[in-house]
Design a protein. Structure first.
Length: 228
């Protein structure tokens, strides 16, 4: 089956600073596309997939919350949203996916969810057909995440170094983008803050050991609760 085609613009709906919102519904122009990598950190993605599989078989479970911290231009957020969709979770399981970044321009690109052919190298053909629409005419060579998937993700402009709003607790914190350019002490401090918002059984993924503070890197809230 060929992927759906996309070539019609629509109204703008952008996330506001410091607030939550669904992804932007404007059909982006090529200039809005930024570089990034889908489905990176394969071992951690496999851990997420295993955890979702377990949740799908747990009748008593009513919700699962994921946070992609430092989502950049959205590739990590959409990769996890695709995994959630493919898990075919039972209807009674409410899924919340939050993605945050401090850069409003990158967050806007994440909301537009438009990527070039070269950026989808890591996305299998079946996933392209299922989760993307292909650009036509002036948008030839571009792909956009489908609207139902975009609506699964709440985009928040948030500087992780400052105060955090009341986001609730999370079963999975995907932090691969949150530790970029942090020195070891800052990395350890950030890890401690993530540990404070983990739900029982939750885990932080992407938090590599902080050599400046080994004890913090082994914080029990991030290591005692294996997934799957």
């Amino acid at each position: 089956m060929a992927p759906a085609r996309w070539g019609i613009t629509g109204p703008v709906r952008r996330p506001r600073s410091g607030t939550r919102g669904t992804a932007c519904d404007r059909a982006a122009e090529p200039s809005a596309v930024t570089s990034g990598v889908f489905f990176r950190a394969t071992p951690d993605l496999e851990r997420v997939a295993r955890a979702l599989s377990v949740l799908a078989r747990t009748p008593s479970r009513r919700s699962v919350h994921l946070w992609i911290a430092g989502c950049g231009s959205g590739e990590d957020a959409w990769s996890l949203a695709m995994l959630v969709d493919e898990a075919e979770l039972p209807p009674h399981l409410a899924v919340r996916i939050v993605a945050s970044d401090a850069d409003p321009a990158r967050l806007a690109h994440a909301g537009e969810a438009v990527y070039r052919d070269a950026q989808l190298v890591g996305v299998a053909a079946g996933r392209r057909r299922r989760h993307f629409v292909r650009g036509v005419g002036p948008r030839d060579g571009l792909w956009r995440v489908i609207a139902p998937l975009r609506d699964r993700v709440e985009l928040i402009e948030l500087d992780l170094r400052g105060a955090w709003p009341a986001l609730g607790s999370f079963d999975i914190v995907w932090a691969h983008g949150a530790f970029d350019a942090l020195d070891p002490p800052a990395r350890a401090q950030q890890l401690r803050r993530f540990a404070e918002v983990l739900a029982p059984g939750g885990v932080v993924l992407g938090a590599e050991p902080a050599t400046g503070d080994p004890a913090a890197a082994r914080h029990p809230a991030t290591t005692r609760r294996p997934m799957g």
